[in-house]
Design a binder for this molecule. Structure first.
Ligand code: V47
Ligand code: SF4
Length: 358
């Protein structure tokens, strides 16, 4: 049965939902990996991208309290935190952890019940004032939806105001699994899958690039993953605004959704099938924080062409039992890539090569 799929991959014919399900149900991991590797090589040659970035979570206080999220707290609860803008700006000073300054800051957080829209505008403005060259990739579609609620400017008005204040692109979080029944069990308070897609469509229509994610390995079945990938592919056909797709491996610790960690086999299969199905996405990212260094390295031979970056401080996966380091130096990332027989390319936020010694 995989033979017909292999022929399609060779001839560049688009895979159907049925093909995708067949791949998930197959245990021929190496054959799937070989196909994905072929597609990745056609798109990106031997290149594997990384970025000098830093994550910042302004707050973990969140009105949604998704059942799979070990990071969030309610206001007043033990462990709740709120950063001041000064604290955020201070985190962006070059540190001994990086020889070169970061080129990107990735900002995501909870839906704070009280922070006004102006706080977010000021956050972007102050960061830009102190680090004018830094690219700000911030706010998931879920946060953007919340910001449009509190700004009163509508969705595109909100996005344009954020862009004007310094927003450069958006991360892909909050997508989880689009299927309404599964989503409702995972995160009943969160915006629907359709709304997530609508927010992304609006962001793309304003010229903003974004990523897309899928949280897998919890209570979903393969068909839900397939449905998720198909919906992303359809929107990408219309807008072309997604840069990278990042499958997020579920971490179960301290959450209300029981289950184990994903297997390395499932991780590699999911990366490979994403590469095969999302033929209109330029990049598939193996997020080392969730996959671990060694599976991410292997993923580069199973269809991924990006391993994210230095990260520096990661709280969301750590709260849910991440077993990985909190940061990796750029030299460790290049070493991982070279040992996977790929060519490391330090990229900027739009996948342009960063010149050494800039
Ligand atoms: O939206 C929450 C997920 C996301 C858990 O765009 C969990 O470049 C696993 O979206 N187990 C945030 N995942 C992370 C994210 C991301 C990360 C790296 C790069 C990019 C990018 C985006 O983390 C959330 C949610 O989907 N998440 N809890 C958990 N227990
Ligand atoms: Fe809030 Fe995001 Fe955690 Fe859901 S995943 S509770 S929206 S911080």
């Amino acid at each position: 049965m995989l033979k017909r799929i292999e022929e399609k991959v060779r001839s560049g014919e688009r895979l159907t939902a049925k093909d995708a399900l067949r791949l998930f149900e197959s245990d021929d991991l190496f054959r799937i990996g070989r196909m994905a590797s072929y597609v990745a090589a056609k798109k990106n040659g031997k290149k594997a991208f990384f970025i000098r970035n830093r994550h910042i979570n302004p707050t973990n206080i969140c009105i949604n309290r998704c059942r799979f999220c070990a990071f969030s707290r309610s206001k007043g609860e033990e462990g709740a935190f709120e950063l001041t803008i000064d604290e955020m700006v201070r985190k962006l000073r070059p540190s001994s952890l990086t020889l070169h300054p970061f080129t990107e800051v990735h900002i995501v957080g909870g839906l704070h019940p009280e922070w006004p829209f102006e706080y977010y505008i000021r956050m972007l403005r102050e960061i830009k004032k102190h680090s004018p060259k830094l690219h700000i990739k911030a706010f998931t579609a879920v946060e953007i939806d919340h910001l449009s609620d509190i700004s009163g400017l509508g969705l595109s008005g909100t996005i344009n105001a954020l862009k004007e204040a310094g927003l450069g692109s958006m991360p892909g979080g909050g997508a989880e699994i689009f299927d309404p029944a599964i989503r409702n069990r995972l995160c009943p308070e969160k915006i629907s899958g359709q709304r997530w897609l609508d927010v992304m469509q609006t962001a793309h229509s304003t010229g903003l690039k974004t990523n897309a994610t899928m949280l897998y390995g919890h209570i979903e079945a393969y068909r839900h993953r397939v449905d998720h990938l198909m919906r992303l592919r359809k929107l990408q056909d219309r807008t072309g605004g997604f840069q990278a797709f990042i499958p997020l491996a579920y971490h179960p610790k301290n959450t209300e959704v029981q289950g184990g960690y994903t297997s390395g086999i499932d991780d590699l299969k999911t990366i490979a099938i994403s590469r095969l199905v999302l033929d209109n996405f330029a990049h598939i990212k193996a997020y080392w924080v969730m996959l671990g260094e060694k599976i991410s390295q292997l993923a580069l031979r199973f269809g991924a062409d990006d391993i994210d970056g230095t990260i520096i401080e990661e709280k969301i996966t750590r709260a849910a039992g991440a077993l990985t380091a909190e940061h990796l130096a750029a030299e460790q990332l290049t070493d991982m890539i070279l040992k996977a027989d790929k060519v490391p390319v330090e990229r900027d936020s739009f996948y342009r090569k960063v010149k050494p010694g800039r």
